[in-house]
Design a protein around this ligand. Structure first.
Ligand code: UDP
Ligand code: MG
Length: 221
């Protein structure tokens, strides 16, 4: 089984397109889709609940806004698949790329990392990411090109190892790399956010950076 784990924070505008593009991609696979509502204040939760009529869809409510990575970890706790794929709800990474991740898993890779080609974000975000990727690789000794692209896949074993870490502020792609034996990185396409705005304010980006640094130092130790 393949589990798709999607954190959702105020994505009512993106959800209809997400459902209509993701469900056809997954129909040929034995799968489950786990949505984690991370304290949305809009109609996201009721729209997700509506999808639960489909027996492949499960919804978890965090009951507050705990952040993207914490929400994904909650999804991991509930995922049953042998391959667990994370993705954003805003369609910046096309669901149509999922079969390419599945193919890498079938080739024996236990952590499938991704690099956004022609990334469609602001200059500030792209430039900041470049610096952050470099700093993180210096600390961890890894050679990951794009820590921030969240359409990624992990084997059940890698996810179970991540769940054993006493967590508070962890950054998933970095931690997964530590626990994988045969990681791979593939290039995937990237689109502009079509609906709504980034859910990362400047303050939230700083918090995300801090959790990446905390995870990087934990890996180094
Ligand atoms: N998200 C979340 N909690 C948050 C912030 C974001 O669950 O506090 C979700 C959001 O709904 C989306 C994903 O995390 O599914 C990535 O967010 P976004 O696309 O806004 O990030 P960006 O593309 O700007 O890095
Ligand atoms: Mg986005």
């Amino acid at each position: 089984m393949i589990s798709i784990v999607i954190p959702v924070y105020n994505e009512e505008q993106s959800l209809p397109s997400l459902f209509s593009r993701l469900i056809p991609v997954m129909k040929d696979y034995n799968h489950e889709i786990i949505f984690i509502n991370d304290g949305s204040k809009d109609e996201s939760l009721s729209m997700l609940r509506e999808q639960e009529k489909n027996s492949c869809v499960h919804v978890i409510d965090m009951g507050g806004n705990f952040g993207q990575h914490e929400a994904i970890m909650k999804g991991f706790e509930n995922a049953k698949g042998s391959l667990i794929i994370t993705m954003d709800a805003d369609l910046q990474n096309p669901p149509e790329e999922i079969p390419r991740l599945i193919e890498q898993f079938r080739l024996g890779h236990d952590a499938i990392g991704t690099v956004r080609m022609k990334r469609k974000d602001t200059f500030f975000r792209r430039y900041a990411s470049r610096i952050v990727n470099r700093i993180t690789n210096l600390i961890t000794g890894f050679q990951i090109s794009d820590y921030g692209c969240m359409l990624r896949g992990y084997s059940r074993e890698v996810v179970e190892r991540m769940l054993k870490v006493k967590r508070n502020d962890i950054f998933i792609p970095a931690l997964a790399q530590k626990f994988s034996h045969n990681p791979v990185e593939i290039e995937i396409s990237h689109s502009e956010r079509e609906y709504g705005e980034s859910k990362y304010s400047f303050l939230k980006l700083i918090r995300l950076f801090m959790s990446l640094m905390k995870t990087a130092y934990m890996i180094r130790r």
